[in-house]
Design a protein around this ligand. Structure first.
Ligand code: MN
Length: 480
């Protein structure tokens, strides 16, 4: 199914709606789908785990996912770059690309309870005395990364107070044969760990490697603390996600995952971790990350290991779609005339937001700018455009700024607000916000700001208009 046939099918990759399992339901389904549509490259065996694997995957990033047989001589193959494009993610969830954000928004607000199964592929084999670097092929990606990192591990913990699970992706450095330094952000995983630690207990955790596209994406939802993100994965797939119980704890993990590390976040333990190449394209280090001790590893027969290259498209896109959904929902609560939002790639899918709206009153775009800043503290630049501008096309957005924006009247600056600590231009996360109103004054829409257009161009059949068999000599008069 590979070869050039794939290219022709590229545009029609999305299947019609049916009741079959969606392509993004398991990693294996998804790899088969990627190969079918010529989006999967297979590297020569035995690529080096340090840098070489990342160099190959990054070179192909956004064009093809890469599968690495016997990486560093290890039996377990690695895959990377599996969700590096917006339309791939749409395919995985079987929705049209333009509906992706609204589909995610819908799933995040309507989680689907999981289905428990006792016999799970992810527990086909068990390693009772695990040793991380012996049992798993864990690569090193960027130049100054401080050793091998697990970068595509979903960490699952349970709230000691309510029993509700949380799912997140955190960066995890291997710091001992069975120990990991894990950078928890001040969100739900850390809140649950705080509760356990105050009671003097370790917090059981499971680290899921080789999760499905739906699970990876769901883990990045900006969901309430009492939401188990695995239920969002079920909602994205349109059927309850099958989960099973860990061997050493009562945590529930995706039954179809490739590899599960079972362990504990250790009470009272911290270790330095990093530097590590982040989505900002810079390195981040932590003087006191949490520590995980691994007790047991279970895995599928012939498991596949997934790694995300720090700063690559896959890293950016996984943060992008769930954030866009949350931000859109937040702004639309006050401005239903906001149509779409996009976090730009150049803005590392976190910092720069494009907003498309249908202004009802002059000045309203500036209110939308303030709503966008309030929606997430990471956002540092907002550009608001009219409905005729495609927010997913950076050239169109720049055109709107070039022709519809005047800094003297359309610029909003907020000094010294909370921003992203990973943005090195801030002072420990304190930075300034900039909003650009690139919408047209309502009274001038059909006069000064009337866009040029060529009548009939939108209905033109270019193949019928072009004579493919003609040559220029047919029409040039020969010189005597
Ligand atoms: Mn959560």
């Amino acid at each position: 199914m590979k070869s050039d046939g794939g290219k022709n099918e590229e545009k029609t990759a999305r299947k019609g709606h049916n009741n079959a399992q969606k392509a993004g339901a398991t990693l294996r389904n998804w790899l088969a789908h990627l190969e079918q549509y010529d989006r999967l490259a297979i590297a020569r065996p035995e690529v080096k785990l340090e840098f070489e694997l990342a160099a190959i995957a990054s070179t192909l990033d956004g064009r093809k996912a890469t599968f690495f047989p016997r990486p560093g001589g290890h039996n377990i193959p690695i895959v990377s770059g599996i969700v590096s494009q917006r339309d791939w993610i749409a395919d995985a969830l079987d929705v049209p690309p333009e509906k992706l954000v609204s589909a995610f928004k819908q799933a995040a607000s309507n989680p689907l309870p999981c289905k428990f199964v006792s016999d799970a592929p992810c527990q086909a084999e068990l390693i009772a005395e695990p040793e991380l670097l012996r049992d798993l092929p864990i690569p090193v990606h960027n130049e100054l990364d401080n050793g091998p990192y697990i970068t595509a591990g979903l960490i699952i913990v349970r709230n000691p107070a309510t029993g509700i699970q949380n799912v997140a992706i955190v960066r995890m450095q291997v710091v001992g044969p069975r120990r990991i330094g894990a950078l928890l952000l001040p969100r739900h995983t850390m809140a649950f760990m705080d509760i356990a630690e105050q009671a003097g207990h370790d917090l059981p955790c499971a680290i899921v490697i080789g999760a499905s596209p739906a699970e990876l994406l769901a883990s990045q939802a900006i969901a309430p603390i009492n939401c188990d993100e695995l239920e969002i994965a079920g909602a994205l797939l349109g059927e309850p996600l099958e989960v099973t119980r860990c061997k050493s704890s009562d945590l529930h993990v995706p039954a179809g995952a490739e590899i599960i590390l079972e362990g504990r976040l250790l009470a009272g333990q911290r270790a330095p971790e990093g530097p590590f190449g982040e989505f900002t394209q810079y390195y981040g280090a932590s003087p006191a990350s949490h520590v995980v001790e691994i007790d047991v590893i279970t895995h599928r027969q012939n498991p596949i290991y997934h790694t995300i290259i720090g700063g690559g498209l896959e890293h950016l896109m996984l943060g992008c779609i769930p954030r866009e959904a949350t931000i859109l929902e937040s702004i639309q609560r006050h401005f239903p005339n906001v149509v779409d939002v996009a976090l730009s790639l150049g803005g590392v899918c976190r910092y720069h937001l494009h907003v498309q709206m249908k202004p009802r009153a002059d000045g309203e775009a500036k209110n939308v700018i303030m709503a966008a800043f309030a929606a997430h503290y990471d956002i540092k630049q907002v550009i608001v455009v009219d409905a005729d501008v495609d927010v997913h096309d950076p050239k169109e957005v720049e055109w709107a700024v070039a022709t519809r924006f005047q800094a003297s009247r359309d610029l909003v600056v907020v000094l010294d607000a909370q921003g992203s600590k990973l943005d090195p231009s801030t002072r420990n996360g304190v930075g300034s916000k900039m909003g650009l109103d690139a919408t047209v004054p309502i009274a001038l829409r059909d006069s000064e700001f009337k866009r040029i257009s060529i009548p009939g161009m939108d209905r033109l059949d270019i193949d019928a208009a072009i004579d493919a068999s003609a040559q220029i000599e047919d029409y040039l008069v020969p010189t005597p």
